[in-house]
Design a protein. Structure first.
Length: 441
């Protein structure tokens, strides 16, 4: 039975919170001032502490600092009636893991606890298998470009925003990357949800600017009702949180990341397999400068792979063989082994969203830049028996006509192979449905 310590000087607020946790099979400890709370915390070492901000004896800031110094694993949620950005920032700097405003609902508390303490067992949602399987997964690109946004008449059809893809599956809203396309997604979500709160998960492939530059303009991040979980791997030179915060520092942006009023939590991934609700996620590091990952989402309707930036090893290793002091055969063997791993990762995927920034001719001039050519990606998808390939991360110099030609070339390559593969170019606003797969009895 998990333990929660509620430190709150208002007896009625303490009673309401205690009832919420007791109903969910938590063991509840209570304290009516900061000093009593600290004593109980050190003696019982609870998994979670809910702490008021303004209390007699030791205030919430002091409690957070003391707990963080002595009970590192314990998670602390400050719950306060004060809606001031400076209080939230100060609480987080003092050691709190989250700052929630009163009155707090169990829905918001539960979402926060799931994020902070994923190992705590929770009661399964009353959701039947047939009901879950009846809802198709939905994929919608909101930004399809690489490198830099390119608005203009030449990019009207496919779109000019940088990488962002929305996935709705099994009750989850998962956002793949936060390029400039995430701004339009945020406006659409605000319109859809209205006054209701939303729970979102943002998966960052890597922190190159075209994959994070839209985050400061994501309107749901400015609503205190919303819970946003940001996941990604550590950057090449700094942690994920530091990199995301740096583009919002004073010289570049008027609002700092810590001042965003939503319940936004940034978590660095350590494992290559994890869950987002009922969606199973596997990741694989890509061949791209810095730390960059691709993801494969397994939903009840099918699987979705997302590799926005990735370079094949074949020509790259051959070109660099002499520099690296290896023979061409050794370079070929390495490249073949790495390609085999990629084929295995993508095997049988229903939809693969893949970096196809260059034509084959362009790629010959951009080897080692970290991106793929059209024929290499089509070949990869064919060997992995992918159902549908979405050409993605369109070069900023490619207008709509150029992308049309690349799609036509891809169709020719597929026809020559004799294998079934559907190929399209990713287009902003286009929706792809993965129909739920119902087992035959």
């Amino acid at each position: 039975m998990p333990r929660v310590l509620i430190i709150e000087d208002d007896a009625e607020n303490r009673r309401v919170l205690a009832q919420l946790f007791t109903r969910e099979d938590w063991k509840v400890l209570e304290a009516n001032d900061g000093d009593a709370g600290l004593e109980l915390a050190l003696r019982n070492r609870p998994e979670l502490i809910l702490c008021d901000l303004l209390m007699p004896k030791s205030n919430g800031f002091e409690v957070c600092r003391a707990i963080r110094e002595q009970l590192q694993p314990t998670k602390i949620i400050v719950v306060s009636g004060r809606d001031y950005a400076v209080d939230r920032t100060s609480a987080l700097e003092a050691g709190a893991d989250e700052y929630l405003f009163k009155p707090v609902t169990w829905e918001l508390l539960s979402s926060t606890i799931d994020r902070l303490l994923p190992e705590i067992p929770r009661s399964p949602e009353p959701k039947s298998v047939p009901e879950r399987e009846s809802v198709p997964a939905r994929i919608r690109p909101w930004g399809v470009r690489g490198s830099i946004p390119v608005p203009g008449k030449g990019t009207v059809h496919y779109g000019g925003n940088t990488s962002c893809v929305e996935v709705r599956a099994d009750g989850e809203i998962i956002i793949l990357d936060a390029g400039t396309g995430i701004r339009l997604l945020g406006l659409a979500l605000d319109k859809e949800f209205g006054p209701r709160s939303m729970k979102l998960t943002l998966l960052i492939s890597h922190t190159h600017w075209d994959h994070i530059q839209g985050l400061p303009f994501f309107s749901p991040a400015y609503n205190q009702k919303n819970v946003i979980r940001v996941l990604g791997y550590e950057g090449a030179r700094a942690g994920l949180a530091k990199i995301l915060a740096s583009q919002m520092e004073t010289p570049f942006f008027p609002v700092r990341l810590r001042q965003l009023p939503s319940h936004l939590a940034i978590e660095e991934l350590k494992e290559m397999k994890f869950d987002i609700g009922n969606v199973e996620v596997r990741s694989k590091f890509a061949n791209h400068p810095g730390i960059c990952a691709g993801y494969r989402l397994a939903t009840s309707s099918g699987s979705i792979a997302y590799f926005p930036d990735n370079e094949p090893y074949e020509r790259l290793k051959l070109q660099l063989a002499s520099r690296d002091g290896i023979t061409e055969d050794e370079a070929r063997n390495f490249a073949t082994a790495e390609r085999t791993k990629m084929v295995e990762f993508l095997q049988g995927c229903d939809v693969a969203i893949m970096d196809t920034q260059y034509t084959d001719e362009e790629y010959a001039k951009h080897i080692s830049w970290g991106h793929s050519s059209l024929s290499s990606v089509v070949s990869l998808a064919l060997d992995a028996n992918v159902g549908k390939l979405l050409l993605f991360h369109h070069d900023p110099n490619h207008d709509d006509q150029m992308i049309d030609k690349m799609v036509e070339h891809a169709h020719v390559l597929v026809a020559e192979s004799g294998k079934p593969l559907e190929v399209e170019a990713a287009r902003e606003g286009a929706e792809i449905l993965l129909e739920a797969k119902v087992a035959v009895s």
